[in-house]
Design a protein around this ligand. Structure first.
Ligand code: HT7
Ligand code: ZN
Length: 873
């Protein structure tokens, strides 16, 4: 397969002013007629190049006449038309088989209904077209289908006309007045019902809101609708962004490769991110739905009104929109808890990506298959880059910059450079060196050290930055890193931060953002009488790995006194990491691990802190994950990490049993849908998990009875999770009951598959293999694949990396089978194998062999090939 390179970008030579699409829908044979009004943008006789994939060509006319064979060339993925007049109308026809489409790109059938997925390059599976994001076109779409099976016919924009046709058929016409790239095209047709509402924008425009679902799901749309209205209001109030069409539609489908898609006016969603009521969805599901609904809505400006010039600019819309949805969620809940979750997500998924063979800059320079670049780096690190810009220019400056960006580029397809320039122009801040964040891959390391000099009452903070090499980028340059920090005096109060060179005028601030731009820099703070404890990288002000030689006592001090909630949590995490890694070393040396008294004392203090929000208590009492611990090791020892973490959970469970129980019981009656109630339930279930960790009968019986009495899915899952690592009647009966009760409900059954795939108990790999033969399992449904195989491969290191290689075998076989059906999902699963060099020699050998088997397979997809071959390079 051929690589596409940023440096080869060339602007389009033709404009498609309008396109009329006519769909004659049939699951077996859909006819698509397209009529494009074209204008040549360059002098001379540049041919028109249209993209197509797995498409025939049933007819081709230019200005109403058949176009001769010798003036066109039909290649497998391109149709090139030569000698066209400078303005012309091209009409062509294709025939599709939506029911046979298992890749879920282009036009396909899900749950008996037609839907489309065109980002990134799915439109070329529907019709021949310049399928690139910098070609913006006004669409008119006519849909025709059987009225009985497809009463609902939807496309982008506003409805124009509907009517009946002979033979039980009917039609609808939609017109989208906003020029858009082809990746934002969508159609949906089927037997759907909708929940309807209205929204009045701040300028008084009335918007018809609709959420379309299958009839049996109509009672699960309230939360999505409330979330949508909240997001619409929030975007007006926070960023001055208003909705622009008369109607906003969301459609939930069960078969979907990703979370959701922001097609103009017609979002198509994975049903997982729409459907919820407390009996079927957990608190985490509710929060995720609110976030994804908001994310897709926010794309209407950051992505749709201002779109990407080419796919290398993907983070322009995704990083910015993730940043916007993070801010939205932070405003709906506890800001510090949201920041903790986002940082956990980044560290456990993006940092490993940035340290592995798939590492790439936020703005990549080349790809084989663009679908493989919808990555943690483009999304999550991209959002961190936007957040750092906000830190550097300030909140108000950021708002001005964003206003300028939208005003300057409305209706255009632009680059990350255009975004940065708007920020500079609106604020006067020079972001020159900062741009490197878009170009340089890898997670920078900050090694910080502090030295107090009592004689001069100064504190010197020395900061060294470096970045490990990544594929294609062996040499790294220093980045511009905003380091938010404070110094705490021995009583825990923040000190005024007067730097050498500051004027004497204003009172110095107690928190500063240091501009770290050099490989090594020293900051000297004046007037520091006693040795302080620094609070560094507050709020995680940059996506870096920070090292500072904190003692256990320093960390306990910060846990107790840091005024930054994120850093209080972080201090606890760093303490736990130190303790757990010491246990790993003990286990590797054949010694018994022991529970560190500092950790036990810190946990006891937090557990008794009634003043602290329950949600923050829960975060503070959650040990760092196995993946994050693995990142701290030279050679990953999955078994020792798993044993150390299990040992600590059990030891803390035993040592603080009375306190866990008391706090658990005090939280028994935690109802309501607000963030406070959710935090209480999270803490309640965490207490239950610690109580059950040692595996004693009494605690397991408590979990079993909690399962019986659960009023909602959060409680049910909390009880089940506490039981999952403890084989025995309590676990097995609860699992069997759950399956019997929820067998008919795909989203809930996914939870049942995922729970079992995540279990640390012996025999999990065998169980996963058995579950692949379960009547409810199907490789055709991405949610089911992710629930069972994704959870096993990405969320269960100790079983996936089992020394006998059986975990690798199971996943490799699944990847190969899945690749023939759905390459996009298969490629995601294949990323579980790419960091093979991190493990011991025996595991390396097995993982490499698995990758070689994948690469060698004839007829495999470019998606999977790209992942496996990069891993082996
Ligand atoms: N912009 C959307 C990305 C997306 C997608 C990409 C490739 C293949 C399938 C896909 N479905 C959705 C979703 C988003 O980030 O908002
Ligand atoms: Zn997005």
């Amino acid at each position: 397969p051929r690589a596409i390179r940023l440096e080869d970008y060339a602007p389009p030579q033709w404009r498609v002013d309008t396109v009329h699409l006519d769909f004659d829908l049939d699951p077996e044979r859909t006819r698509v007629r397209s009529r494009m009004e074209l204008t040549r943008l360059v002098d001379g006789s540049a041919p028109l190049v249209l993209n197509g994939q797995d498409l025939g060509l049933e007819g081709l006319q230019v200005d109403g006449r058949d176009w001769p064979e010798d003036r066109r060339s039909l290649e497998p993925e391109r149709l090139v038309l030569h000698d066209l007049p400078a303005t012309c109308v091209v009409e062509l026809e294709t025939v599709l088989e939506p029911r046979a489409n298992t890749a879920l790109e282009g036009l396909y059938v899900s749950g008996g209904n037609f839907c489309t997925q065109c980002e990134a390059e799915g439109f070329r599976r529907i019709t021949w077209f310049p399928d690139r994001p910098d070609v913006l076109t006004v669409y008119t779409v006519r849909l025709e289908a059987d009225r009985a099976t497809c009463p609902v016919l939807l496309s982008n924009g506003n409805p124009v006309e509907t009517g009946d046709l002979p033979g039980g058929r009917h039609y609808a016409v939609w017109h989208d007045p906003f020029p858009k790239p082809s990746y934002l095209f969508a159609l949906v047709a089927g037997d759907l019902v909708c929940q309807q509402d209205r929204f009045t924008t701040r300028s008084g425009r009335e918007v018809d809101l609709r959420i379309y679902v299958q009839r049996h799901n109509l009672d699960r749309c309230d939360h999505a609708m409330v979330s949508l209205k909240k997001a619409m209001r929030w975007d007006e109030e926070t960023f001055g962004r208003e909705y622009d069409l008369d109607i906003y539609m969301i459609v939930a489908v069960d078969d979907f490769n990703m979370g959701a898609m922001e097609n103009k006016g017609l979002n198509v969603f994975n049903s997982k991110y729409v459907l919820a009521r407390p009996e079927t969805a957990t608190d985490d599901d509710f929060v995720a739905i609110e976030g994804v609904i908001a994310h897709e809505y926010f794309h209407n400006w950051s992505g749709n009104r201002v779109t990407c010039r080419d796919w290398f600019q993907l983070s322009l819309k995704e990083g910015l929109t993730v940043f916007r949805d993070q801010e939205f969620t932070a405003d709906q809940s506890l800001r510090a808890v949201k920041r903790i979750h986002d940082v956990q997500h980044l560290r456990s998924l993006q940092f490993p990506e940035d340290a592995g063979p798939m590492a790439h800059p936020v703005r990549p320079r080349s790809y084989i298959e663009i679908n493989n670049f919808y990555t943690m780096t483009v999304y999550e690190k991209g959002a961190e880059v936007v957040r750092m810009i906000q830190t550097l220019v300030g909140r108000e400056g950021f708002r001005r910059g964003l206003d300028l960006y939208f005003q300057r580029h409305d209706g255009q397809a632009v680059t990350t450079e255009d975004f940065v320039r708007a920020m500079e122009d609106a604020t006067g801040r020079d972001l020159g060196p900062f741009r490197l964040w878009y170009e340089q891959a890898g997670t920078p390391r900050l090694e910080v050290d502090g030295h107090h000099d009592a004689a001069t009452a100064t504190y010197r903070l020395t900061v060294r930055q470096s970045c490990p090499p990544t594929p294609d980028q062996p040499e790294k340059r220093p980045m511009h890193i905003p380091l938010r920090m404070a110094l705490l005096d021995p009583s825990g109060r923040p000190l005024p931060l007067r730097l050498h060179g500051d004027g004497d005028g204003e009172a110095p601030p107690v928190e500063r953002v240091l501009d770290v731009t050099e490989a090594e820099q020293t900051f000297v703070f004046q007037g520091v009488e006693a040795p302080p404890v620094p609070s560094l990288l507050r709020g995680f002000s940059a996506p870096v790995k920070l090292q500072f030689p904190y003692t256990h006592e320093d960390l306990a001090f910060l846990m107790a006194h840091d005024g930054d909630d994120f850093n209080r949590w972080e201090a606890g995490q760093q303490l736990a990491v130190k303790v757990l890694l010491a246990q790993v070393r003990a286990l590797q040396a054949g010694e018994e691990p022991r529970l560190d008294p500092a950790l036990e004392a810190a946990f006891a203090r937090v557990l008794e802190d009634e003043a602290l929000d329950a949600a923050l208590v829960a975060e503070a009492l959650t040990l760092p994950g196995e993946g994050y611990l693995a990142e701290q090791m030279e050679v990953v020892d999955v078994d020792a990490i798993h044993r150390a973490r299990r040992f600590t959970r059990q030891a803390l469970g035993r040592a603080l049993a009375g306190r866990w129980r008391a706090r658990h019981d005090a939280l028994a009656d935690s109802r309501g849908g607000d963030a406070v109630a959710m935090g209480r339930r999270r803490l309640r279930d965490l207490c239950l998990a610690y109580l059950c960790a040692p595996g004693e009968k009494e605690a397991l019986a408590l979990a079993r009875s909690r399962y019986e009495q659960a009023q909602d899915m959060t409680g049910t899952m909390g009880a089940l999770r506490a039981l999952m690592d403890h084989p025995g009647p309590e676990r097995d009966e609860a699992l069997a009951d759950f399956e019997a009760r929820w067998r008919q409900d795909p989203l809930v059954l996914d939870k049942w598959f995922a729970l079992q795939a995540a279990s640390g108990a012996p025999g999990t790999r065998e169980r996963v293999e058995a579950l692949m033969a379960h009547p409810g399992f199907s490789l055709r449904n991405p949610n089911r694949v992710r629930a069972l195989l994704g959870t096993f491969a990405m969320g269960n290191p100790v079983h996936f990396h089992a020394a006998d290689g059986e975990g690798y075998r199971l996943v490799t076989e699944a990847i190969l089978e899945l690749d023939a059906l759905n390459p996009q999902v298969a490629a995601r699963l294949a990323t579980s194998l790419v960091r093979w060099r991190r493990f011991d020699a025996a595991r390396q050998e097995r993982m490499r062999a698995a990758l070689e088997r994948i690469v060698a397979r004839p007829g495999g997809s470019p998606d999977v090939y790209e992942v496996a071959s990069r891993a082996l390079a």
